[in-house]
Ligand binder design. Sequence first.
Ligand SMILES: [Zn+2]
Length: 252
Amino acid sequence: MSIKYQLKRSIKRKTLAIKIKENQVLVYAPNYLALNVIEQWLTSKQDWIEKHLANQQKSPLAKSVLELECVTFMGKTYSLVYESDSVQSKVTLDGDVLRINTSKRVKHIEEKQLSLLMQFAAQQLTSYCEEKAADMANKLKVSFQMVSVKHIKSRWGSCDTKGRLQFNLQLASAPLWVINYVIAHEVAHLQVMDHSHRFWQVVKMLYPEHKKAESWLKENGFKLDIFKVSNFRKKVVEGDGFEPSKAMPSDL
Ligand SMILES: [Zn+2]
């Protein structure tokens, strides 16, 4: 077995699973399963594992976002400056410099910095999606209730029967043309709820190159988890547990 991995057995588990996290391969297995069976199965997944390991290593975003000098949200690159002298924690935009200023009273500075940065990304993404979705909905002569942004575990976006559109926060660092596709996809659901042929005709009308964007998400989507929230204590993350980074399913 040429793959280095960490085995995590459990009584409750019924199936095998692999997770790649911070360049480590974690294998989850039922307690009773023989090691040679596990290794045989792992060997069959070797290509997949190597591909994902290589991708994690070449991704400059594998570091914590707080270590980066600049960050790109909605296609705009910002230099990051951290300060810790304000009365109230806040983010200010000064040209293309994003000043993340934590209050002197904050105990866990890194957590606060991360949550401020996430709030900023969420605001940018929300207003972008609101504007684009309104344009696209106009074209279809449909309307939506609201746009919200949050971390959605397994989807890039969603649209419910009440016309509420939701987008994954991780999209904030995707290229704009990819974000536009996800918006088009969800807006198209305002007209056709399922993924029928008729639905894809509507998507195509709003966004002709949808296939290119879909394959970009399939190949690169996992790199978008720049916040690596799982490295930080959950309490800053406002409820809704952020899962360890993993490849997002292509499903929207
Ligand atoms: Zn869909």
